[in-house]
Design a protein around this ligand. Structure first.
Ligand SMILES: NC(=O)C1=CN([C@@H]2O[C@H](COP(=O)(O)OP(=O)(O)OC[C@H]3O[C@@H](n4cnc5c(N)ncnc54)[C@H](OP(=O)(O)O)[C@@H]3O)[C@@H](O)[C@H]2O)C=CC1
Ligand SMILES: O=C(O)[C@@H]1CCC=N1
Length: 292
């Protein structure tokens, strides 16, 4: 089900006209990307708080006007909706740490790769409202691709709230939890696969004599342009690929070389491997979740 067309809802209780308070546990790249996205909407920096053990990532949040703390408990007690944005292996220990402060009024959103709703629910009090979100790094530029699933106590209105909150981060969809690990391979990790392709494109041009900096600029712009054309026309990639190919021309020769090199199979295997790794991480965190 897509919730991307819903109207913005960023109040906890419209009758009290209270602004939603948003917290981040973890001050890394993903927390920063999502924070930038939500500040492009109706959320004010004064209503956002972030925690991390060291101050090394605090500067960029402070530049956005977001307050910072070393105490995860401050984030939970001062927020209505809390993003858990730490590495997957830290999730069990951190949820145990904050569990006593989590009430049924909180909405907890985990972005940790692989960590399942079942594990999150085991680690937090019964009936906690939990959602599992998989974003990707282009949230930083409001061009993310985000997929989320609801835990057993999260209602459609919680999904609508999250969708509304994230609407400026990019494409936001809700789907079954089985798709989250696939989305991790396709899009969370897929961003890095595209960068590898960008690097290879540029290196091909360097090999043929173009200066490196120009080759990298042109490779980046080629990927941006191709991506926008793909997204904005809604055409199948095979159709657009065919539009570029002149019979007997340059492109079909290059595509033949890519097929001989196994690019298509290698890319499918990359998504498959990343998906399977997300599932493995999920099993590891489930083990850690069960250990207490
Ligand atoms: N990066 C990506 O492209 C994507 C990442 N994800 C997921 O997002 C999550 C975060 O990844 P990412 O942002 O890349 O990671 P980073 O390494 O950039 O950030 C991790 C953050 O967690 C903080 N942290 C460590 N221990 C604690 C603790 N005990 N309490 C509170 N905070 C703590 C770190 O603190 P300090 O600042 O002191 O180091 C750091 O700020 C991961 O689970 C990952 O699977 C999902 C999709 C894409
Ligand atoms: O590599 C990872 O595990 C995380 C999840 C998706 C992107 N980065």
């Amino acid at each position: 089900m897509s919730l991307s067309n819903i109207s913005p809802i960023v109040k906890t209780d419209p009758s009290m006209d209270m602004p939603l308070r948003v917290g981040f546990i973890g001050a890394g790249n993903m927390a920063y990307g999502i924070a930038k996205g939500i500040l492009s909407g109706d959320v004010l920096p004064v209503n956002v708080k972030v925690s991390a053990p060291s101050p090394r990532n605090f500067g960029r949040f402070e530049e956005l006007g977001i307050s910072v703390t070393h105490f995860n408990s401050d984030v939970v007690s001062g927020s209505d909706l809390v993003f858990v944005a730490v590495k997957p292996h830290l999730v069990p220990e951190i949820l145990r740490e904050i569990s006593q402060l989590v009430t049924q009024k909180h909405i907890i959103v985990s972005v940790a790769a692989g960590v399942t709703l079942a594990t999150l629910e085991l680690l937090l009090p019964k009936d906690s409202v939990i959602l599992r979100l998989m974003p990707n790094l282009p949230c930083l530029l409001l061009e993310g691709a985000l997929l989320f699933s609801r835990g057993s106590s999260a209602k459609p209105e919680d999904a609508a709230l999250l969708s509304s909150l994230l609407q400026h981060c990019g494409l936001v969809e809700e789907g079954p939890e089985a798709w989250i690990d696939v989305h991790t391979g396709l899009s969370g990790s897929g961003v890095a696969f595209v960068y590898l392709f960008a690097e290879a494109l540029a290196e091909g041009a360097v090999k043929m004599g173009m200066p490196s900096s120009l080759a990298h600029s042109i490779a980046a712009q080629t990927i941006v342009g191709a991506g926008k054309l793909l997204r904005d026309t809604g055409k199948h990639p095979a159709q657009l690929r065919s539009d570029v190919c002149t019979p007997g021309g340059t492109t079909i020769y290059g595509l033949h070389a890519l097929e001989q090199g196994g690019l298509r199979a290698a890319t499918m295997s990359a998504v498959e491997s990343a998906t399977e790794r997300a599932r493995e991480l999920g099993q590891k965190s489930a083990g850690a979740g069960n250990s207490n």
